[in-house]
Design a protein around this ligand. Structure first.
Ligand SMILES: NC(=O)c1ccc[n+]([C@@H]2O[C@H](COP(=O)([O-])OP(=O)(O)OC[C@H]3O[C@@H](n4cnc5c(N)ncnc54)[C@H](OP(=O)(O)O)[C@@H]3O)[C@@H](O)[C@H]2O)c1
Length: 247
C-alpha cells in the first residue's frame, strides 16, 4: 500500500511501541490518528513530531476498557477530522502478571476488554467506514506468548491468543478488501517502571542473544503494509524466543 494520502489509526500510540509505529507510518507518508488513554501530553508531543514531518496528525482519547463506546469515539473523530481510515494498528494493551491463584474477575475484564474486545469493535468500525472500492489493513500487535503455554500472565496470554484467532477469522471475513495480520513481539521494551536490564537478563535465552527494539516492529508493520498477498499471518519478531518458550 502506498501510504501517501492515507490515514493510519494506531491505538496506544502516544508512547512506547505504538508511538514508534505512528512515527514510522508518518515517515512513510501517512497522516496519523494518535489514540491514547491517559498520556495526554505525550499524545500532543507525538502529534507535533508528526506535523514537523509534514503530515497531518490528530489525537483522540478513549478508554478501551469501554470498547464499544471507545471504538465509536475513535472512528467518529477520525472521520470528522481526517475524513478516512486506511490502516488500523491495534497496539494498546495492559500486561498484568496474574496466575490462576489470585486473579480476579476485574483482572479478566480489564485484559479481555482492552486487549481483545477493543480490537474487535475497532475493527468493526474500521470496516464499516472503509468504502467497498478501497483496500485497507488491520495489524494486531499480539505477543509470542499467545502461541505458547506458560505460567504467569494468564488472562493476558489468553487475551492475546484470542487476538490471534480474531486476526485469522477477520482475515477471512474481511477479504479481499482488508488484509488482517498480526505481529508477535518478544523482548522489545521493559514494562513501564523497569529499566533495560529487566529485559537484558533474558537475552541469554533468546536464540539471537539480544533483545529487540521498536524499530524492528516498525519494519515489520511496513513489510505487512507493502505485502499485497499476505493475510491471516502472525509474524514473530522475537529473536527466536517463540521457539524456546522463554527457557
Ligand atoms: N514491550 C514489549 O516488549 C512487548 C512484548 C510483547 C508484546 N508487546 C505488545 O506490543 C504492544 C505495545 O506494547 P508496549 O509495551 O509498547 O505498550 P503497552 O505498555 O503494552 O501498552 C501501553 C499503551 O496502551 C494504552 N492503554 C493502556 N490501557 C488503556 C486503556 N484502558 N484504554 C486505552 N489505551 C490504553 C496506553 O495508553 P496511555 O499511555 O495513553 O494510557 C499505552 O499507549 C502491546 O500490544 C503489547 O502487548 C510488547
Amino acid at each position: 500500500m502506498n501510504l501517501e494520502g492515507k490515514v493510519a489509526v494506531i491505538t496506544g500510540s502516544a508512547v512506547r511501541i505504538g508511538r514508534a509505529i505512528a512515527l514510522a507510518l508518518a515517515d512513510a507518508g501517512a497522516d496519523i490518528c494518535i489514540h491514547y488513554n491517559s498520556s495526554d501530553q505525550a499524545a500532543r508531543d507525538t502529534c507535533a513530531e508528526i506535523e514537523q514531518r509534514g503530515r497531518m496528525a490528530m489525537q483522540v482519547s478513549a478508554d478501551l476498557s469501554d470498547p464499544v463506546s471507545a471504538a465509536e469515539t475513535v472512528f467518529s473523530e477520525v472521520m470528522t477530522e481526517l475524513g478516512r481510515a486506511d490502516v488500523l494498528v491495534n497496539s494498546a494493551s495492559v500486561f498484568e502478571n496474574k496466575q490462576l491463584k489470585g486473579a480476579t474477575e476485574a483482572d479478566w475484564d480489564s485484559q479481555l476488554d482492552i486487549n481483545l474486545k477493543a480490537p474487535f469493535f475497532l475493527s468493526q468500525k474500521f470496516a464499516e467506514h472503509l468504502p467497498s472500492d478501497r483496500s485497507g489493513h488491520i495489524i494486531n500487535i499480539v505477543d509470542w506468548r499467545a502461541n505458547r503455554a506458560g505460567i504467569g500472565h494468564l488472562p493476558y496470554r489468553i487475551s492475546k491468543a484470542g487476538l490471534v484467532t480474531l486476526t485469522e477469522c477477520l482475515a477471512l471475513e474481511l477479504a479481499p478488501g482488508i488484509q488482517v495480520n498480526a505481529i508477535a513481539p518478544g523482548a522489545i521494551l521493559p514494562p513501564p517502571g523497569e529499566d533495560r536490564s529487566y529485559l537484558e537478563q533474558r537475552s541469554g535465552g533468546i536464540p539471537l542473544k539480544r533483545v529487540g527494539n521498536p524499530e524492528e516492529i516498525c519494519r515489520t508493520v511496513l513489510y505487512l503494509l507493502n505485502s499485497e498477498f499476505v493475510t491471516g499471518e502472525v509474524i514473530s519478531v522475537a529473536g527466536g524466543e517463540q521457539l524456546t518458550g522463554g527457557a
